[in-house]
Design a protein around this ligand. Structure first.
Ligand code: ADP
Ligand code: ZN
Ligand code: ZN
Length: 749
């Protein structure tokens, strides 16, 4: 319970109304009995009719003249509602991550949007399965791959949802019309506005759980029945049967009359995965993702509240679907960076799920092939229960891995991007018509333009980053989108030798064309995936073997199966080790493990070549050996030594300002406030303060950025620091500056 004399109360708790809380006096008999989320009766309006409201904040600061404030009438004690839980969750997020209560409430409450009933289309098979199958054979012979894609799905399922076919399978309207004209299928329209992806599927072919799978599912459900709502971590390589366990667990929960949230990173939410859930749960399951309109999202929340669905699948925001009887939260690929929100409140879905599970008395199940240090250390300490699945159920063997030292290559006179070994293996695969993945371990494209005479680098005038060179003599800023033509002369020394230094995927593609004549290459990077659909298009084209080589950055390693791939080349494994933050070894290990796991998914064994300048680095050696456990031991020792999460906690305070001088000044003031606070704390309890300093990207979009880091083992100490900064900011006026908090950040600033 929170102490304080006044309560800010929202009468109509919805995303649209949270900007207007009303302040009330707390009568003496209710003092100390209220907290955020408490449901109360208050007099409202001119005739003071009693209405129900929710306490969102308790404070000692009156916002109006005290005598004008009305008093809370009474507390509604046993009102446990989804609204009260949402307010509790928002209050926790505000306290834990730092943001305004309004921003936190807006995060947890779905935005209502009036929306017209939409038409929903579905595709129905008009022929028998056999007829479709024979037609499929014909299309494959004629190389009509789009048709083949659709037909093979139709052979398996008599009815398919239109959106999934056009979006995920990437089938054009023209293709559909031609098959419709031929009498293969019909496209029907039904008016709907509720369920965005209602899939009517054929019967499910069920796997019997293996011994190991059954042990997990039995234990978690038995715990639940005993009233133990634990947190469980399933550590298992891709293909080891984790999803099958999730299905069994959710089914168990549904049988108990409970609802479940299934979190999956959006990028891994594939048609195949969705289909498995729809087959098991039919129209009692629904999906949240970024392609839904705000209205559709709102509808999913309404359906959940009314008990029309049992399961919601989606990325981190699916956590806020208001189930009245939540029994379980499952979080697949819990190590994924996308589970951390990038806007205020900068919450992490794992921790937030933990709190939500606590107030809802639900179980929390995490799964990953490469668990985060956070989750694994808690599993080791017994806070989470650990389960391991280490057999791949899909067949296929683990690939053999070679580490190539690029320094040696150079000594031997090989200046190409491809080591001798990789070149040989690529030639061999191309000759055998087997597929290859080449992975450049960097986030986007990064080729800058510089003067060869004076060294001047072309920078974005609005951001503190170099411009990237693009085809056609263009230079682009990847932070703000600024574009300009490449100059003929250096703007500083007028030398004509101003050239692009290309080290990105475009250059590698050129090299492939030079070195391997006739090889068909698909490139996937920030440039080729600007459009929403292009990501899926490239992946489908590759899985249909329309190319020999898939070349790409980090986005190619996630969650896709290409059985035709027998060689994976990792071109510069250590690039991600140069990121300047404490998670770079972890990220490198995860990326390399995932990339290596792409080889040999089919019948034929796979090979992996890891090219690196740092063949001795433990993240590279352990990834090559697919040895998570010993990677973990080395990495956690380093975090302990350096005081990084999860060994210690960290808070980044990011100060942004339109004027450099004003930003610096505010950063200095905040730094001083923090130092004063930490000096007041006892010896070993003092919070370590680093900075203020300019952020590593010191300007974005003409906004200057400064950063201060605070470190302490005890998270609550950092919350104290945050609270102190917040009250300092409340006392002073800062119009043109903003301050954000990021707890246990994923990247450095
Ligand atoms: P993960 O989620 O760990 O990648 P999945 O649950 O997707 O693993 O399982 C991988 C493959 O193995 C899937 O094709 C799935 O149908 C199959 N599978 C899972 N469990 C079993 C089982 N008990 N018996 C047979 N096949 C299984
Ligand atoms: Zn110059
Ligand atoms: Zn810019």
């Amino acid at each position: 319970m929170t102490e304080g004399k006044f309560a800010n109360i929202i009468i109509d708790i919805s995303h649209e109304k949270v900007d207007r809380p009303f302040q009330y006096k707390i009568p003496p008999d209710l003092q100390g009995r209220l907290e955020a989320g408490s449901c109360v009766m208050v007099p409202f309006g001119t005739c003071n009719r009693l209405r129900q409201g929710y306490v969102v904040e308790i404070t000692d600061k009156a916002e109006y003249a005290i005598e004008k404030l009305k008093e809370i009438n009474s507390i509604l004690n046993d009102s446990v509602s989804v609204e009260a839980d949402a307010v509790k969750l928002a209050a926790w997020m505000k306290r834990t991550y730092g943001s305004t209560m309004i921003a936190a409430l807006k995060t947890v409450l779905p935005a209502r949007q009036v929306m017209k009933p939409k038409e929903k289309k579905k595709i129905t098979r008009l022929m028998t399965k056999e007829e479709v199958t024979s037609l499929l054979g014909e299309c494959i012979r004629k190389n009509q791959s789009a048709k083949a894609r659709l037909l093979s799905q139709l052979a398996a399922e008599p009815v398919l949802p239109y959106e999934l076919v056009t979006r995920k399978l990437n089938i054009s309207a023209a293709t559909l019309r031609s098959l419709q004209g031929a009498g293969v299928l019909s496209v029907e329209t039904e008016s709907y506005y509720r369920n965005p992806v209602k899939i009517e599927t054929g019967p499910e072919v069920r796997n019997r759980l293996s011994e190991e799978q059954k042990r997990i599912s039995d234990k978690v459900l038995a715990d639940y029945d005993k009233g133990i709502q634990g947190t469980y971590l399933i550590h298992g390589i891709t293909g080891s049967g984790k999803t099958e366990v999730y299905l069994a667990l959710i089914e168990g929960m549904v049988a108990r009359g409970k609802q479940c949230i299934m979190l999956i990173p959006e990028i891994a939410l594939t048609y195949q995965t969705l289909l498995r859930f729809y087959k098991r749960f039919g129209d009692r399951v629904s999906v949240m993702n970024s392609t839904l309109s705000a209205g559709e999202k709102y509808d999913q929340c309404e359906r959940a509240k009314r008990g029309e669905i049992d399961v919601i699948i989606g990325p981190r925001s699916a956590l806020f679907v208001p189930f009245p009887n939540l029994g379980m939260i499952v979080m697949d690929e819990e190590h994924e960076g996308s589970y951390k929100s990038e806007s205020m409140p900068k919450y992490h879905a794992r921790e937030t799920a933990g709190f939500l599970a606590k107030i809802k008395k639900a179980s929390l199940v995490l799964g990953s092939a490469t668990p985060s240090l956070e989750a694994y250390s808690r599993a080791k300490s017994g806070e989470y229960e650990l389960f391991t699945l280490n057999r791949r159920l899909t067949g296929g063997t683990l690939p053999s891995v070679d580490i190539i030292d690029l320094r040696e290559e150079l000594k031997n006179g090989n200046r190409s991007i491809f080591s001798q070994k990789l070149q040989e293996l690529m030639e061999e695969r191309l000759a055998k018509k087997e597929q290859i993945i080449l992975f450049l371990n960097r986030r986007g494209y990064a080729g800058f333009v510089s003067c060869r005479s004076c060294g001047h680098v072309m920078k974005c005038p609005h951001c503190d980053v170099s411009l990237s060179q693009h085809l056609g003599g263009k230079m682009v800023c990847h932070y703000c989108g600024y574009e300009t033509r490449q100059p003929d002369k250096c703007p500083v020394c007028s030398s004509p030798y101003i050239l692009g230094f290309k080290a990105g995927t475009q250059q590698i593609e050129e090299q492939i064309h030079k070195r391997f004549k006739g090889a068909r290459v698909l490139r996937m990077d920030a440039d080729t995936t600007r459009k929403k659909e292009s990501y899926q298009e490239i992946l489908s084209a590759f899985s249909e073997e329309k190319a020999d080589i898939l070349l790409g950055t980090q986005m190619i390693v996630k969650g896709h199966d290409f059985p035709g791939v027998t060689l994976v080349g990792i071109l510069a494994a250590d690039l991600s080790l140069n990121d300047s933050d404490h998670r770079c070894a972890e990220r490198t290990f995860q990326l390399l493990t995932q990339a290596a796991g792409r080889a040999g998914r089919g019948e034929r064994p796979g090979e992996v070549v890891i090219q690196t300048y740092r063949p001795d680095h433990y993240s590279i050696i352990k990834a090559a050996a697919q040895d998570y456990e010993s990677f973990y031991e080395e990495e956690i020792a380093y975090r302990e030594l350096a005081g990084y999460p999860p060994a210690s906690h960290m808070m980044a305070v990011l100060i942004a300002a339109k004027e450099e001088r004003a930003g610096k000044e505010l950063a200095g003031e905040i730094g001083a406030v923090l130092k004063e606070l930490s000096e007041g704390m006892e010896g070993k309890d003092a919070v370590q303060i680093i900075g203020p300093a300019s952020a590593s990207v010191s300007k974005i979009n003409d906004i200057y950025r400064f950063v201060i880091y605070c470190k302490h083992r005890d998270y609550n100490r950092l919350v104290q620091c945050k609270d102190r900064i917040e009250s300092f900011l409340n006392e002073t006026i800062h119009k043109e500056q903003s301050v954000q908090f990021d707890f246990d950040p994923m990247d450095s600033y």
